[in-house]
Ligand binder design. Sequence first.
Ligand code: AMP
Length: 642
Amino acid sequence: MNTAPNPVRYADFYRQSIEHPDAFWAEQAKLIDWHTPPQQILDTSRLPFVRWFAGGTTNLCHNAVDRHLATRAAQPALIAVSTETGSEKTYTYAELHAHVQRAAAVLQALGVTRGDRVLIYMPMIAEAIFAMLACVRIGAIHCVVFGGFASSSLASRIEDAQPKVIISTDAGSRGRRVIPYKPLLDEAIHLSVYKPSAVVLHDRGLVPMELVAGRDHIASTLEAQQQNTQVPCVWLDATEPSYVLYTSGTTGKPKGVQRDTGGYAVALAASMKHIYDCHAGETMFTASDIGWVVGHSYIVYAPLLAGAATVVYEGLPTQGLDGKTNGAIWWSLVEKYKVSIVFTAPTAIRVLKQQDPALLKKHDLSSLRMLFLAGEPLDEPTARWISEGLGVPIIDNYWQTETGWPIIAMANGVERMPSKFGSPGLPAYGYKVKILHEVTGEELTAPNEKGVVVFEGPTPPGFMQTVWRNDERFIYSYWRSFPDRMVYSTFDWGIRDADGYFYILGRSDDVINIAGHRLGTREIEESIAGHPGVAEVAVVGVEDPLKGQVAVGFAIPKDSAAIDDSEVAKKLENEVMHRVAEQIGALARPSRVHFVAALPKTRSGKLLRRAIQAICEHRDPGDLTTIDDVSSLQAIREMMKS
Ligand code: AMP
């Protein structure tokens, strides 16, 4: 922990990263071990493609695991907690090393070599992390597919990545309901034109599995043959890919975000020091999923690169180890494992906001220094509620699958600067963030002018290298939004205030146009969420013959009477509408606010506004494979019918 006063000013640190990227990143590169040092720090000969640390050789697994054996072999590395199976297990760095080595030996025995893809379709269990580390150990490229995806999404990823081996399990579990994975995987392989040569299955004993002869193997059987096999780390060029992670594209065909090795390791190690301020010997608890980028970066690689312990959590945020409702489970883990940094999405906090606030005070949270939130706009009422409840700084940080680490955040490890509610803060070192006029592409420099958030190349280490096997798609998807400017578009609206703090106003495609006036759904949501009777809300733009679009709200009330009793609902709806009209203007007043028990979200917690919007407009809501709870959408459909 940085207790001594830090003489470095963030403004200088940032300027150095932009004006002298070679010197700046050469310094950061010292945070990791290199087998051979980089020959060239930054290669910009093929912009917008960038090569970081070319000629240097290193290995992510060496840096995350082996490097720590000399100094912290007996310290905790991975703390696997499942409230789904009621289990808790801590692995030291030495134990992690042994497991990863065995998993790597299994892959090698199946013929996996450098550059081969291995697809991992797993829930949040330790074996999934062993598998990821085993891949990077031998130079195989992992493609983790979120365990909640169903067969067709999985099939499209198998086809694109063409993995030699798939690693999976019998089942996941959610709310103590077992979700068999094997039949979904079998169906996906059946649907895919490309077939893997082997499937390795971790048998959790949750459901019986039918094995396909010659293709399927039980992991423990293969591992038993590799008890003492030594698998050295393969030294990779810094620019060789470490993984591909798929993210939704506008075309419906997922984009494979390809990450390098050396740049990613340096970017994450630097972010742990400068942004997350989490260090060797401490514990970080990132409540996300390895199927998402936050999981790759801050459940797996970053904490381990730093020599910290990472908590790997399988379960709901409100479920205890005994399976019963427990809204304080996360805080009990903070107490038990002396967690210093918690990282999750605002949605999870809004779920907790529906619980008794006394639960936040039930455990000793003296180890906790900061709560990081990312993935979606953090509304002010939620930020205030949790910040007051926990009594620690809340650090909003803004980034994307494509960037791998924050674009906008507060670099508290460099200089402690005041945060502002509603803002993730200042551009992270290495990012030349700008706001452009959405049509003209002109840079908006006056405070509080709303435009599209972009950044100029060269992109910093850790940023995606390309779209897997599709350089053209990388260029036209991200770099061609503005005809005369080669800038990376985030497709997010944003503003920058007079102090240089950015505010992210949601996806540029989530914006509502009411009678020719553009309004961010976030602004309306924030206003509604500030009503004391509302726990959570989604606002969508719905077609209107007169105004083009009107705002329609779907809110979860704190008191369920607003769902069951039309009188109570009407009163609350009027209050909410009045509030919006008063806070933002009559224009923004939603035409209706409906009260619902649940909102449709992806399993990573993102609100499916576009699906709600489609239902409101009596259109097909599209691909629902990522939805967490289909019944929430069905309830909205019924509501719209009536
Ligand atoms: P993903 O690639 O799935 O992580 O989604 C990235 C998108 O999530 C961004 O383009 C933003 O729209 C949104 N997002 C992520 N972090 C934040 C944040 N801190 N504030 C507002 N929006 C965010």
